[in-house]
Design a binder for this molecule. Structure first.
Ligand code: SAM
Length: 347
């Protein structure tokens, strides 16, 4: 087995939030090195099933080796989670008990594997999660008009010095490597500001833009709800405020009924509640975890549970023909999931 080189963040808290149970069916939308996936498979044994997705073919390779012992219960797909629903339909993998998104990059991608995600290691400015994507960070840096570049750095990096950085970049083009870009940014806005390197925000902005991270997250969240069975859990770990804002707003909106603007006399939105928040407050790592794994320091975990609307009402457990023995063991979910599946297919 390969030595794990990415430490899964908030592992215990994630397992609790996912409510992993033996025989359950789970989706890990961000498989990475397979750390969370291995724990899900262990906790859902016997009989658990996992669909693991990652846009990065390298991650799939590494996770496949790590999860070898569970090869009979795992389906690992190299694709973008923006295609979540299509993947589940294609492989007949729904409804599920829980879905996990552990967003961002794994340490394997950040630790200088020549992909250009980090300014700590010199590499070509690539930053694509998948080699099938066309646009690289170098394309954006070397071809965008200055104003567009400044806008992108401000929007996705929340960088206050975006105009100065964009101006310097345009004057220094072509910029081909991570170190060249980091030095250009340093020259534009000076050396370290506090604890973060001056290039941090620009690198984040480029990575988000190259991989359409925020758009893909929004698309996947919408699809995830319909793949969850009754009481199925949706768990997200985010690492920066732009991701977390999307997750927070999505969960808040889906946990409300009407979302008409205040003062609207009668409801015109027709929005119905589909999630119940599990934790009122966001879950963050303990000081001990941050010390052991500094990468976890900005992690925020949010979890919600699927609730079924009036028009999606299910038959009672008795109507579904459960034996009392099954009920006593708390095994009502799989049958309710079957029922949901019929509803889903009929829709
Ligand atoms: C933080 S890592 C996950 C680590 C994993 N939980 C573990 O314990 O090993 C995030 C992973 O999500 C993948 N990823 C990011 N955005 C994606 C997307 N839109 N579609 C599919 N995979 C994505 C990255 O390639 C990366 O491998």
């Amino acid at each position: 087995m390969l030595p794990p080189t990415h430490i899964p963040v908030l592992l215990k808290e994630t397992m609790e939030a996912l409510a992993v149970q033996p025989g359950g069916r789970y989706i890990d939308c961000t498989l990475g090195a397979g750390g969370h996936a291995a724990a899900i498979l262990e906790h859902s044994s016997p009989g658990g099933q996992l669909l693991g997705i990652d846009a990065d073919p390298e991650a799939i390779k590494i996770a496949r080796a790590r999860l070898k012992a569970y090869s009979g219960s795992t389906l690992l797909i190299n694709d973008n989670f923006a295609n979540l629903q299509a993947i589940c339909l294609k492989y007949d993998f729904f409804p599920v008990h829980s879905i996990l998104f552990d967003l961002g990059l794994s340490s394997l991608q950040l630790n200088g594997n020549g992909r250009g995600f980090s300014f700590q290691h010199d590499a070509p400015l690539d930053m694509r999660l998948s080699p099938s994507q066309e646009v690289t960070a170098a394309d954006i840096i070397n071809t965008s008009p200055e104003a567009e570049l400044a806008h992108l750095i401000r929007k996705y990096g929340e960088e206050g010095y975006s105009r100065q950085i964009a101006h310097r970049i345009v004057n220094q083009r072509p910029i081909k490597t991570t170190l060249q870009l980091a030095q250009t940014i340093e020259r534009a806005i000076g050396r370290r500001r506090g604890r973060i390197h001056p290039a941090t925000k620009t690198f984040q902005a480029l990575r988000i833009a190259v991989n359409h991270e925020l758009e893909h997250l929004e698309a996947a969240l919408k699809q995830a709800i319909n793949l969850l069975g009754f009481e199925g859990r949706l768990v997200l770990i985010s690492y920066h405020s732009l991701e977390d804002r999307i997750v927070k707003q999505f969960m808040r909106q889906e946990s409300m009924g009407c979302i008409c603007p205040p003062g609207t006399p009668t409801c015109i939105c027709g929005h119905t509640v589909s999630l119940r928040l599990i934790n009122k407050r966001v879950i963050t790592p303990s000081l001990v975890e941050v010390q052991l794994n500094p990468r976890s320091r900005s992690a925020k975990l949010r979890a919600a549970e699927r609730i079924i609307n009036q028009d999606e009402q299910y038959m009672t457990v008795e109507e579904l023909g459960f034996s009392t023995e099954v009920k006593a063991n708390g095994w009502r979910r799989p049958a309710l999931l079957k029922k949901l599946r019929r509803t889903f297919l009929a829709a």
